[in-house]
Each structure stands twice: as structure tokens, then as C-alpha cells.
Design a protein around this ligand. Structure first.
Ligand SMILES: Nc1ncnc2c1ncn2[C@@H]1O[C@H](COP(=O)(O)OP(=O)(O)OP(=O)(O)O)[C@@H](O)[C@H]1O
Length: 308
């Protein structure tokens, strides 16, 4: 698969002496939705700011759509749309003027038809003559997206796109992201919301303390790292776990009616057969059992905890 972005050995030490990124390398495939997950301060914004040419790396290179972000800044940047966390724009300008101006910044010829379609898609057309400062927070977010897409970029970065937005905007945003992907646009988003990555992304990268600790296809990540849990509902409640069951590290629910066994679904020997034998030897009957895959959230929390 062709790489639309290639990040190689990026290090970033801020003037304060703080190193926010340690030797980060990452390839983004054309047309994918890539979610960069990480806790506060992990280095997500720093990394995307470097890829977008807003912050200079201390070391390393970034290539966007075949252009080096430093040596060939204008060409690289014209391929990229960035929806930042904060809106930095002239509050006195109208929506339409702001979005048209953004397009002009990238040296693109005016295209009123495209801008109208974009504003309609983002439910901003009726507000096109409103001043930015008169808009609600959600509408300002929509303007940020319109600005980022004004020059028809082939790569779109969304930095924490749904932090603090309402359900309607969140839904519109994801519909738009899917529509863009169908048209071949590559999307990279940062998020704290694991369910967002789980729902939207094709691949997931986890960044923690400035290090990219994992990059993986979402489905295989969930299969590979996910432990499974087997829940057994007992026929008769237990007061305490019998000593013979200790090797299985079972969790007994407070009411004594449920036993939970965690196992590695990828492992050849899951230990389930042995567990069943041990339960039977203890004369423990159960009335129901079911198994459950861990969510990405559990995987993520475990990864970040391991690194702490
Ligand atoms: N200009 C700067 N000077 C010094 N340190 C900085 C600067 N910008 C960011 N940092 C530090 O670098 C680290 C990474 O910050 P960054 O904003 O990239 O994290 P993040 O993962 O985007 O966090 P959040 O999810 O909170 O937005 C943080 O510890 C932050 O304090």
C-alpha cells in the first residue's frame, strides 16, 4: 500500500528542554482513517503540528504526499487540511469570507460552487453572512472544518474533533469523515475517546509520554491484545473461593453468584478445560456461562499502565 505520509525518526525537544517526542516513526496509508490515541500530554498535538509544518522537529523527517514538509513546505502543506483544537481567525469576518480566504491562502483559484457545497454540507450556508464572533461554539467548530477543507486537501487532520461537541455535530462530523474517506481523503484524528477510535478508525496508534508504543490494524489489535473473560453463573452462591481453584485467579462477585475467569484467547491452552474439571471436582454447578472480548478501552488502559 502506498504511504501518503511518512514520518521518520522524529524527535522534539521544546525550548524549555522538555522532550515531547522520542524517535517517532509512522507511515500513514492513503485513504485510511488513522486514530492517534493517547492520554493528556502524550505528544499527539506536537506530532500532528510537526507533520503539518507548524512546529519544527528537532530531528527527523516528514514527507506528505511526496513532499518534504520543511524543504518543500508550500507543496506539502497544500495537500493538508488541519482542524485544530482552537479557532484562530478574525472574529469580525463573515463565515463565507473566512472560508474563501483560507482557500486563497493555499493559492487555489476561487471555486464558489465547491465552497457553497462545503458550507451546505456543514449546515453553515444559512450562516454564511454571520460574523464568526456571533456563532455558537458548535458552529465555530463547523467553520474550522470548512476552513480546513476549503482548499480540497487530500489529507485531513482532526485534533480532538469531538471534545466538547454535542451529539448532532459529532454525528455530522463522522458522516462527513466517512464521506471524505469514500472520496479518497486520508484522515488522521487524535482523540481521548476510545470508543471513537473503535468506531471510526481503520488503524490505531497509541502514543504515551512521547513514544509511539503501538501501531496496529484495529481489528487485529483487538484480536491480538484482547483478553477474553468467561463468566459463570453459579447454581448455588459461594461464600468464598475453594483453595483448589486458586490457580485460576477467578474473581467471585459480591453476591457469590458469579465467577469470572480471564484468559488469553490467542493462547493454545486457554485453561478452560482445566477450569471446568476443577469446578466439577468441587461439585460446583452453573446455570449459565458466556465469554466476552475486552474492549479497546481495556487494551489501551493496560498499555498505558504498563508504560507508567
Ligand atoms: N511550546 C511548548 N513548550 C514546552 N512544552 C510543551 C510545548 N507544547 C507542548 N509541550 C509539552 O509537550 C507535551 C506534549 O504536549 P501535546 O500538546 O503534544 O500533548 P497532547 O497529547 O496533544 O495532549 P492533550 O491531549 O492534552 O492535547 C506536554 O507535556 C506539553 O506540556
Amino acid at each position: 500500500m502506498q504511504h501518503v505520509i511518512s514520518v521518520q525518526n522524529i524527535n522534539k525537544t521544546y525550548a524549555s528542554g522538555f522532550t515531547a517526542l522520542h524517535d517517532v516513526s509512522l507511515d500513514i496509508q492513503r485513504g485510511e482513517i488513522f486514530a492517534l490515541l493517547g492520554p493528556n500530554g502524550a505528544g499527539k498535538t506536537t506530532l500532528i503540528s510537526i507533520i503539518c509544518g507548524i512546529v519544527n522537529a528537532t530531528r527527523g523527517t516528514v514527507c506528505a504526499d511526496g513532499h518534504d514538509i520543511q524543504a518543500d513546505y508550500r507543496a506539502a502543506r497544500s495537500k493538508i487540511g488541519l482542524v485544530p483544537q482552537e479557532l484562530a481567525t478574525d472574529a469580525f469576518e463573515s463565515v463565507l469570507a473566512t472560508v474563501k480566504f483560507s482557500r486563497g491562502l493555499f493559492g487555489k483559484a476561487p471555486n464558489p460552487g465547491y465552497i457553497e457545497q462545503l458550507l451546505r454540507q456543514l449546515s453553515l450556508w444559512d450562516k454564511r453572512d454571520s460574523r464568526i464572533m456571533a456563532l455558537s461554539g458548535g458552529m465555530k467548530r463547523r467553520v474550522m472544518i470548512a476552513k480546513a477543507l476549503s482548499h480540497e486537501p487530500s489529507i485531513l487532520f482532526l485534533d480532538e474533533p469531538t471534545a466538547g461537541v454535542d451529539v448532532e455535530l459529532r454525528r455530522d462530523m463522522w458522516n462527513m469523515v466517512r464521506g471524505l474517506q469514500e472520496r479518497g481523503v486520508t484522515i488522521i484524528l487524535t482523540t481521548h475517546y476510545i470508543e471513537e477510535a473503535e468506531e471510526m478508525a481503520d488503524r490505531i496508534g497509541v502514543i504515551n509520554k512521547g513514544r509511539l508504543v503501538l501501531v496496529e490494524d484495529k481489528t487485529s489489535l483487538m484480536e491480538k491484545l484482547g483478553t477474553k473473560q468467561l463468566r459463570l453463573h453459579l447454581q448455588t452462591p459461594l461464600q468464598a473461593l475453594p483453595a483448589s481453584l486458586a490457580p485460576f485467579n477467578l474473581a467471585l462477585s459480591e453476591d457469590g453468584q458469579q465467577l469470572t475467569y480471564s484468559f488469553d484467547a490467542q493462547h493454545e491452552n486457554t485453561g478452560i478445560t482445566e477450569l471446568m474439571r476443577a469446578l466439577s471436582a468441587q461439585g460446583l454447578d452453573f446455570k449459565d456461562l458466556h465469554s466476552k472480548q475486552s474492549s479497546l478501552e481495556e487494551i489501551f488502559v493496560n498499555l498505558v499502565r504498563e508504560q507508567a
